[in-house]
Each structure stands twice: as C-alpha cells, then as structure tokens.
Design a protein. Structure first.
Length: 239
C-alpha cells in the first residue's frame, strides 16, 4: 500500500537515515562484492546458467513498477530508462502500454540479449545499453529513471556517489526517479553478493536533497523458489 510522502519523516530522522543507509549500519558487512569487470562476469554467469524466469528477482508482471511509472504522470511519450533492466519484462509491458521512448541499461550483455530475443522485432523500438551505471556517461536526458534492485548492490560509498552523479546527469528538471531496494527487513545478500538495505528515509538521505520524495511503499516479492523478499520503493521528483 502507498505510504505517501516521507518528507515529515525526513525532518526528524536525517542523521539516523544516513547511518542506516551505510553498508555497515544496514547490513553489517560490505565484504564479498566483486569490482569492475568481475561484476559483469558475475551477472553474465548468472544469466548464462539460469533462464530469466529462474532468477530470484523475476516477475511475470512488475505491478509495483508499472503503477509508479503510471503515477509519475509523464505519459506515453516520456523518455524512460530502466537501469539494471536486464531480462526484465517491464520493457515488454511498457511497449504494450504504448510507451515510445524506452532505454534499458544493464551491466550484463547476456541479460540484454535475452530480452532482445524475447521481444523479437519489437527490440528495435528500444535503446539497449550494456554499461556499468557507476561509470556511464549519459548521452541524453530522461523523464523517468527506474531502478529495481541495482542501487542496493552498491555497498561502497564511492559507487553510490558515482551512481547518483550519473542519475543527476541523466534526469531532466522535473523528472522523476523510481528506486526499489531491499527493505530494512529484506535479505542481507542476493545472488551471492552483499546488499545495503534501506527504508525510504535512508534512501532519500543517501540520494540527496536534489530529489524530493513524493511516494513510498513496500512490496513482498515471492521468488520463483518460493522465498519471500521484502522490498521498498520510492518515487522522487527532481527539484
């Protein structure tokens, strides 16, 4: 269920939010995360050895993301980037809904190729970027930045700063950012990697005051293996 604006919570808990958003404060560990090209190899291996519907984050229909994008109110001609979209079916459903300017960015070329193969001739309607968002330089601006489950893998402060810099460079004035991460009571690791867990206040504090939070909600995601994962999602407007 939508919990509404988190602005009031920010006023009284900014310092707590900053502490909670740090890897040590949120997960107790930052060890075990691969760096550089090793991250690409890690995700390429996962997508090579598993079918898209077998990975833990698979959703046949990502209702939460679709709802947040719809409530952003930007319309079918909005420029949307799905960061870490990989083989997600979100792009299929956005095309079905008539969206015309879609970009999918992912570290894994293997994941992107699976999505392209699934879409067939419709793949030509999408811009595909095989890139690490923390080192990527955007070539244009977007109305909506969507990320389900990339940001929580950035356990290093420098990684997170680089991510925020890329998002700032890519997002239009008045544009909206939608981020989904594991919640504070979500998993501490995913796909063999450590994560940083967040609540809305902590995520807003980590991203900075240039993004104004307007909506937050929680989602209980059931993995294909039948395990429950607790997510939190936030929608922000660029001030």
């Amino acid at each position: 269920m939508v919990e509404g604006s988190v602005r009031a919570a920010l006023a009284g808990s900014l310092e707590e939010a900053r502490a909670a958003s740090s890897p040590l404060g949120a997960t107790g560990t930052t060890s075990g995360a691969p760096a550089g090209g090793d991250r690409r190899a890690h995700w390429d291996t996962i997508y090579t050895t598993k079918a898209p519907h077998e990975v833990s984050w698979y959703q046949a229909r990502p209702e939460t993301s679709l709802g947040l994008i719809s409530r952003a109110g930007k319309g079918q001609k909005a420029s949307i980037i799905d960061v870490g979209g990989g083989a997600s079916r979100l792009v299929d459903l956005l095309l079905d809904a008539g969206h015309e300017r879609l970009t999918v960015l992912d570290l894994s070329p293997v994941a992107l190729e699976k999505a392209r193969a699934r879409l067939g001739s419709r793949a030509s309607l999408v811009t595909w970027l095989a890139a690490d968002v923390t080192t990527w330089t955007p070539a244009g601006k977007f109305d909506i930045w969507h990320d389900r489950a990339v940001f929580h893998f950035l356990v290093g402060a420098e990684q997170r700063r680089s991510y925020v810099a890329a998002m700032s460079a890519a997002l239009q004035e008045g544009g909206q950012a939608i981020l989904g991460t594991f919640a504070s009571d979500g998993p501490e690791r995913c796909s063999g990697l450590p994560v940083v867990r967040y609540e809305p206040e902590a995520l807003a504090a980590e991203l900075g005051p240039w993004l104004v939070p307007v909506e937050s909600l929680h989602e209980d995601h059931l993995t294909p293996a039948g395990k429950l994962q607790r997510f939190q999602f936030c929608r922000f407007v660029r001030a």
